[in-house]
Design a protein around this ligand. Structure first.
Ligand code: 5GP
Length: 124
């Protein structure tokens, strides 16, 4: 079920639990601003989720409320992870779903990082 991105942040969402270590995940990268782990249901050879440490429902919420430091730290973390995985030369795709039309299912901002294969059309 898609989430309503206009609702307040829900501390019990699944990615909040992953950040608190209450639900297991495999850490791919972590710093002050971001945490990255594999998607449980990968849609490409490489499918990484990158989430901010702060409590933001969606890209919309993050872009409106996050500090300059949080935004810079998060964006730099995503780029760093892609470089670490050798994805720049072959290329990769970033995706952030927002709300019903975007198909967002988890109400904590996450960027999907896809790579490791040609990714086809942007929208099926
Ligand atoms: P959305 O549709 O909200 O953009 O994407 C949510 C993503 O979270 C989906 O690709 C889904 O497979 C992934 N996901 C949902 N629950 C879990 C979980 O408990 N662990 C991990 N690693 N990924 C999850």
């Amino acid at each position: 079920m898609p989430i309503d991105p206009t609702l307040p942040y829900d501390d019990d969402n699944i990615f909040a639990k992953i950040l608190r270590g209450e639900i297991p995940s495999t850490r791919i990268y972590e710093d002050e601003w971001a945490y990255a782990f594999p998607d449980i249901n990968p849609q490409a050879k490489l499918h990484i989720l990158v989430i901010p440490k702060g409590k933001y429902v969606s890209w919309d919420d993050f872009s409106a409320r996050a500090s300059v430091e949080e935004i810079a730290g998060f964006v730099r973390a995503v780029g760093h992870i892609a470089r670490e995985h050798g994805l720049v030369e072959p290329g990769y795709r970033l995706l952030a779903n927002v709300g019903a039309h975007g198909g967002q299912e988890v109400p904590h901002l996450h960027v999907h990082l896809f790579g490791g294969q040609p990714l086809g059309r942007m929208i099926a």
